[in-house]
Design a protein around this ligand. Structure first.
Ligand SMILES: NC(=O)c1ccc[n+]([C@@H]2O[C@H](COP(=O)([O-])OP(=O)(O)OC[C@H]3O[C@@H](n4cnc5c(N)ncnc54)[C@H](OP(=O)(O)O)[C@@H]3O)[C@@H](O)[C@H]2O)c1
Length: 252
């Protein structure tokens, strides 16, 4: 059984890879940092004896998914984990960065799913884990594109999960809140209020998502505070929701 994990050079992706390797999956690890991927591959092979291959690729480019699929034609488990956020006023963020964010967080995730799904359906077995965020449940001023892209991932995943019901293939959407990985630093939001809240541990978040995926659950929101965030739009006036969302990520 083979699992492909995007964004497996660190953070949640590495934790997913550890869980998969412990369950005996051979792995295909993808991210841009070749050195870190190779170090992870050595660690996982030594610990669990599974075959671990790596592909150093930038998935934030048009056609990145097609190029990856040409090298890895099939997998039993697809973990669409790679993603990043830009923080700042939308009109001040470089358009190239926004395009890369959309390509990585939305387009590549969609195209990898489209590419691997038909064979999974034909086999009557397969697992897809898409990593969204609690950001999927509300608009995010000063991280507008990221929040909207995660709303897409949630909506897309839940719709697909319904289309696939009874097929043997499942789609699970994991919605973590703030988690201790390289994410905050990459988004340059160390000074944000969000970063002053307690961060979840990456291994526990990945474990919750992984278990949910194995059980074929549509949606996993780890932790009570994240469940409250997901529920809050149902009971909070939109204006208040936008204000709190803005205060969480706007830099001083
Ligand atoms: N941490 C949080 O607070 C949090 C909360 C909610 C949701 N999430 C989501 O969780 C997922 C994993 O993020 P993380 O928290 O583990 O962050 P992270 O530590 O920054 O890891 C991101 C991973 O994605 C890879 N990546 C980034 N850009 C890439 C590109 N253009 N092409 C290929 N790979 C790329 C990175 O590797 P390279 O740099 O080597 O390419 C790295 O392996 C993301 O989808 C994120 O949106 C995170």
């Amino acid at each position: 059984m083979k699992a492909l994990v995007t964004g497996a050079s660190g953070g949640l992706g590495l934790e997913f890879a550890r869980l998969l390797a412990a369950d005996g999956y051979d792995l295909m690890l993808v991210a841009r940092s070749a050195d870190r991927l190779e170090a992870n591959a050595r660690e996982l092979h030594a610990a669990h004896g599974v075959t671990v291959e790596t592909i150093a690729a930038d998935l934030g480019r048009l056609d990145a998914a097609a190029e990856l699929v040409a090298r890895v034609p099939s997998c039993d488990v697809l973990v669409n984990n790679a993603g990043f956020a830009s923080n700042g006023r939308f009109d001040t963020i470089a358009p190239e960065r926004t395009r890369e964010e959309l390509l990585l967080d939305v387009v590549t995730l969609t195209e990898l799913t489209r590419a691997y799904l038909p064979a999974m359906r034909a086999r009557g077995a397969g697992r897809i884990l898409n990593v969204a965020s609690t950001a999927a449940f509300l608009p995010g001023p000063f991280m507008a594109v990221y929040y909207a892209s995660k709303a897409y991932v949630l909506s897309f995943s839940q719709a697909l999960a319904e289309e696939l019901r009874g097929s043997g293939v499942t789609v699970t959407c994991l919605c973590p809140g703030a988690t201790a990985t390289g994410f905050v630093e990459r988004a340059k939001m160390q000074e944000s209020v969000l970063n002053r809240l307690p961060l979840a541990d990456a291994a526990s978040v990945a474990r919750a998502g992984y278990r949910g995926m194995l059980r074929g659950r549509d949606l996993v929101i780890p932790g009570i505070s994240n469940k409250l965030v997901a529920f809050s739009p149902k009971i909070t006036p939109r204006r208040v929701l936008l204000w709190t969302s803005r205060k969480a990520v706007e830099l001083p």
